[in-house]
Design a protein around this ligand. Sequence first.
Ligand code: GDP
Ligand code: ZN
Length: 318
Amino acid sequence: MDKLKGVVIKTTGSWHTAKLKSGQLMDCTVRGKFRIKGIRNTNPIAVGDVVVVEPNPNEPTGVITDLEPRTNYIIRKATKLSKQAHIIASNIDQVFLLAAMAEPETPLMFIDRVLVTAESYRIPAVILFNKMDLLDEDQQELAEAYQYLYESIGYPVMLISAVSGLNLDQVRGKMKNTTSVIVGQSGVGKSTLLNQLQPGLGLKIGDISEAHQQGKHTTTFAEMHELDFGANIIDTPGIRSFGLVEVDRAEELSHFFPEIFEVGQNCRFHNCTHTHEPGCAVKEAVENNEIPFTRYENYLTIMKGDEGDKYRKDIYAQ
Ligand code: GDP
Ligand code: ZN
């Protein structure tokens, strides 16, 4: 039987739906282990995977026999120290970080944590400030200041309104021909945005509350949606763990703050953590306003660790 290539667009337990090159959907089981070096993954195949499928004779189903190397993947661990990890999704072109200046105001700490996570996964991030229609003049100016701040680091920023439609063409343009995930606190407008981009999609992005799943051994279902204008969106409640940064060594964290990493090349010590060391170019740059103070502050908070975790619980508590 001829082997076919496809992309996994849905996983539900041991069945995976592959979209074949022809456009046909085929439900598949998996043959083989597909281990990842360094982690014990509890699921062999994830949404976004490019796979080779062997159709079952005289049946509409197939078997996944091979997996192409992933360009990146998002994982979720049962606990922080757990060696076991669930692969949530793979081959992601970009993360759209949906934020707002009001109702609810997104803390810069939330933004920076998501950016750090995206950097650690090597996924480019785009920041969207939603609900611009709600802002008074001062808040609008602040939004523009944040736009300047993050664009100066290298992240594209769009000021949008999912309700009024402001700048949604920019968003569509950026999403076109890519596979994206959308991350943002509850209430920031993820479902509204997607339904605006594609009326009738009826998405419930990340709607399954974490609290519901606690204590139960539930499978994280993920799904890739194809929007009519040629964009793929991966929808999964597992995306809530986005923002949980893990670094092995203190000096590694700065790798995920591009502007700190760049300036840090000039520190006296190559393993400088930019906290207390003499001859630290980063601290000097912060004093000279060449590195945004909020970024440095959040770098220090994430470095301390515990506080960041507490913070994460707070923002997701519902
Ligand atoms: P989600 O939890 O991130 O999916 O957020 P929702 O899409 O459910 O939106 C939460 C609330 O914010 C809803 O009442 C939306 O109508 C509202 N909302 C979303 N986007 C906008 C916007 O651009 N402007 C205004 N004024 N309200 C918005
Ligand atoms: Zn330094």
